[in-house]
Design a protein around this ligand. Structure first.
Ligand code: AHR
Length: 649
């Protein structure tokens, strides 16, 4: 976070002399509900090129030649055919055959364009690999080149393809300059015929240096949120446009080369932004997502198909497409097998696969979502079948049901009582609404039933009319989240959505983190999530203004928490108005040990946003406030969100 100490004195001068401070009371003796460690989390979906072309560090698009047009993403030249006879990988059977003779004037080869270009950094290493076999009498040498934005060569090497049988070849390339729209070229140097498949290029510097790894800056940005839960793999892609194109987790594990690809539903479902080259390689599959959860200290929360195709975002197929109840067994079996894959002993079929992939220890999965934004009786009937089996075989797993795609209305009103009746553990609520909704709904959960299932605010984001990730949207989310925290006895999890967007490849906005082939930018919304995630606390403390929770009065919002791990009080305060305010926060029953310290997001411009070019327009700045006896005296500048920690004796 950017460090800029704000002098309390100077700030004090900016505030209207004589204005009465608002007095907030925090009852430190009355420790409230635990704040679940899962409270602030991450929602991940392969939308906006979030996985392939984003978090998944593979630079080659269509590396297996399995897209519906097998050469999409490739620029072939010379004598090339796409074949599938005697393939290297039975589930990804296509490969390319390259032939060069003395007559092939152009030479024979292929250029891959990557995902909106490949990002190469000068001096860093890139690992190229390919499966190849030689059909000629003699070995055939093949050049492997990295090409810069202007088509000049920036790194080159070559391999000799010797074997008649499929074999993996690998080499490392180090470009002599930085390019953000680079390309990969393979080119036969010698005469002959070779078959190539699964042509891959990864930066060596992936997250934690893993092979088949994740892009460093993007994975680090997730870790920096300090998320308590990691929901994957979506979103609508869980459901699929059709049942056949649902996310089948079993296709996303095992050797990456043989994971059958799937069309990504975001390829076509936003008609104005179509991406015919958007597929799911499943290279970053369930194993990688469990591993990422573990790396960033978040509880894994997979969501699986309940046997219904996407009902909401479906103009292209039957929104009522469903598996008949009597044929649901294999879907339920997928859920059981997933639990075995995550948690099972290494002697079990799926536990053994996990161990073979490199993780003998269980992932200790505790949560499972069944269906995404499903609704109606057809959903309830299917969920009932899942619950019958899951409750009996895995009572330890907490099940998450849906309340449909909207924050209220017919589907929501039908589903919530049904979820209570079925006794699911958590209900997933989704709301993409205007900032005004978020300001007006900071009390949404104050009146929720305390006896029913808990709430998972599984997808939410303030949609400013510009659909930009501006400060206005972020501030409204910060205000709303005070209400999530105050109601931590009923809200157990909350995840902003969607997470990632490629600046050229997006279908949906706003999104938490934007990126191109080289750089990424954290939005103001990201910093709101981060300030909450890094300052969650362990228990709610009652905070009142004139005897009521502060949830919009004078455009102010606040919540207080206690952190039993550090013995600190944490204040979160939003001033959504255009007047600067002074506050006195009485920490009744507490003995503070020093000044209040923390961070603040503030901007005079509600439209302010961070972009790739200007990533630091709105960033948290360090902040202190005076503590006299047990009273925190602080200023809440107009349009600000601040988090302060007060150490107790
Ligand atoms: O977050 C984008 C989409 O919004 C999700 O895929 C879906 O669940 C919701 O409709």
């Amino acid at each position: 976070m950017k460090t800029k100490l704000l002098s309390t004195f100077l700030l004090g001068c900016a505030f209207a002399a004589g204005a009465q401070p608002m007095e907030l009371q925090v009852n430190v003796k009355e420790i409230g509900a635990p704040i679940q460690p899962t409270m602030y989390g991450i929602f991940f979906e392969d939308i906006n090129f979030g996985a392939d072309g984003g978090l998944y560090a593979e630079l080659v698009k269509n590396r297996s030649f399995e897209f519906d047009h097998p050469l999409l993403g490739w620029e072939p030249f010379g004598q090339i055919q796409v074949l599938d006879k005697n393939p290297c990988f039975d589930q990804n059977p296509h490969y390319v055959q390259l032939t060069k003779t003395p007559e092939t004037k152009t030479g024979t080869g292929l250029v891959n364009e990557g995902f909106f270009g490949m990002g190469f950094k000068k001096g860093e290493n890139y690992r190229f690999s390919v499966y190849a076999r030689n059909l000629s009498e003699k070995p055939v040498r093949m050049a492997v080149d990295l090409i810069g934005n202007d088509r000049e060569l920036t790194a080159y090497s070559s391999i000799e393809i010797t074997d008649k049988d499929w074999k993996r070849y690998e080499l490392v390339l180090s470009p002599n300059r930085t390019d953000d729209r680079g390309r990969l070229r393979v080119l036969l140097l010698g005469d002959g015929t070779v078959d190539l498949d699964h042509i891959s290029l990864f930066p060596e510097k992936t997250w934690k240096g893993r092979k088949n790894g994740l892009r460093n800056d993007l994975a680090q940005a997730l870790a920096d949120l300090n998320p308590g839960v990691f929901r994957f793999p979506g979103g609508c892609i869980v459901e699929g446009t059709t049942l056949e194109t649902r996310y089948n987790w079993k296709h996303s594990v095992g050797p990456v080369e043989n994971r059958p690809i799937n069309i990504n539903r975001w390829n076509y479902s936003q008609g104005v932004r179509r991406f015919p080259d958007y597929y799911q390689s499943y290279g970053m599959g369930f194993y990688e997502m469990f591993l990422l959860s573990e790396d960033i200290g978040a509880e894994p929360l997979p969501v699986i198909s309940c046997g219904l195709a996407c009902q909401f975002e479906n103009k292209y197929a039957d929104p009522q497409a469903m598996v008949p109840i009597k044929e649901l067994d294999c879907y339920i079996q997928d859920a059981l097998d997933l639990i075995e894959f995550a948690n099972g002993d290494t002697t079990t079929r799926w536990g053994k696969l996990r161990a073979e992939m490199g993780h003998p220890a269980p992932f200790n999965m505790k949560y499972l979502g069944v269906g995404n934004e499903q609704w109606g009786e057809i959903y309830v009937e299917r969920l009932t079948e899942f619950l019958k089996v899951l409750r009996e075989k895995h009572p330890e797993i907490k099940i998450i049901g849906s309340s449909g795609p909207f924050k209220d209305g017919e589907y929501f009103d039908y589903l919530w009582p049904e979820m209570k009746r079925l006794q699911v553990d958590l209900v997933d609520e989704h709301y993409y609404n205007a900032p005004s909704f978020f300001y007006d709904n900071a009390k949404r959960y104050d009146s929720y039933d305390r006896e029913g299932p808990k709430v998972f605010a599984g997808e939410y984001a303030a949609h400013h009319h510009t659909r930009k990730n501006n400060f206005d949207a972020a501030l409204s989310e910060a205000a709303f989240m005070t209400g999530l925290e105050r109601n931590a006895d009923v809200v157990y999890m909350a995840t902003y959505a969607p997470l990632f967007a490629h600046v050229e490849g997006w279908q949906w906005k706003p999104d938490l983190i934007w990126f191109d082939s080289m750089k990424s930018v954290k939005t103001p919304n990201y910093y709101v999530q981060q300030l909450y995630g890094q300052n969650a606390g362990t228990h709610v403390l009652p905070l009142t203004y004139e005897g009521q929770p502060l949830a919009g009065e004078r455009k102010m919002y606040a919540t207080a928490a206690f952190d039993e791990n550090t013995n600190e009080i944490i204040l979160k305060i939003v001033n959504a108005g255009i007047d600067n305010r002074s506050l006195k926060v009485y920490l009744n029953g507490a003995r503070p040990a020093g000044q209040a310290q923390g961070f603040m997001l503030q901007s005079d411009m509600l439209e302010a946003e961070n972009t790739i070019e200007t990533p630091c327009t709105v960033v948290p700045e360090e902040r202190t406030a005076t503590v006299r006896d047990n009273v925190v005296e602080l200023d809440a500048p107009k349009q600000s969100f601040q988090v302060l920690r007060i150490q107790l004796q």
